[in-house]
Design a protein around this ligand. Structure first.
Ligand code: SF4
Ligand code: SF4
Length: 200
């Protein structure tokens, strides 16, 4: 009868003089444990702007904005919709373009506050014939690296490689697509017209 009481008393005394197991958050910043899955963040140097992360996000927390005027693509993750599931990180084609951080606390008065977003911006390659989006330049460079020498069979990849060595003067399409337009940045539909239909 007395023994359990003595054990409880000794445990109470021990916990009274030992360090607390809980942190003092929010009075003091909390340092999450290693491997904690917090909000994802873009890493500009590894992201190529492919948009895969937006397609796999189960909560549609990632949006893709294409601005044809400035030729920029913006990928933006909205933390108010993010479930911290890690799908975006897992399926990222470079493996490091978006990574879960240690960030977990989100306290804002206005949901339009910049703190609830994280974004990255990439330059778009535009079809020189019809103005459609081809891909982001970084994505084309990424594909080119993966293909190695085979990349030179694709005029778009050939052109972006050539840009590394010399500046390519701006070109223009005449009244319609011709065979001479083969070596231009083209979307698949216009490439099809030049290569397959071959009506010239
Ligand atoms: S962690 Fe999950 S929910 Fe959050 S942005 Fe990535 S895929 Fe979407
Ligand atoms: S490279 Fe990764 S982070 Fe960047 S858009 Fe593609 S999937 Fe998303």
């Amino acid at each position: 009868m007395f023994l359990p009481k003595i054990r409880e008393l000794s445990e109470a005394l021990r916990s009274l003089f030992s360090a607390p197991f809980t942190s003092k958050f929010p009075a003091k910043p909390h340092q999450p444990a290693q491997g904690f899955r917090g909000f994802p963040e873009y890493h500009e140097e590894f992201c190529v702007g492919c948009g895969t992360c937006a397609q796999v996000c189960p909560t549609n927390a990632i949006e893709v904005f294409n601005d044809l005027t400035t030729r920029k693509r913006t990928l933006r993750v909205d933390y108010t919709s993010c479930a911290q599931c890690g799908q975006c990180e897992e399926k990222c084609i470079t493996g490091k373009g978006i990574q879960l951080s240690q960030k977990f606390d989100l306290s804002v008065a206005d949901l339009k506050d910049d703190a609830v977003y994280n974004s990255v911006e990439k330059e778009l390659a535009i079809c020189e014939a019809c103005g459609a989006i081809v891909a982001c330049y970084d994505h084309l460079r990424f594909v080119k690296e993966r293909l190695g020498a085979k990349a030179y069979a694709n005029p778009n990849l050939l052109l972006i490689t050539q840009q590394n060595f010399s500046e390519i003067p701006p070109s223009s399409i005449k009244d319609r697509l011709r065979r001479e337009d083969y070596v231009k940045i083209l979307c698949p539909k216009c490439r099809h017209k030049v290569v397959v239909i071959d009506e010239f």
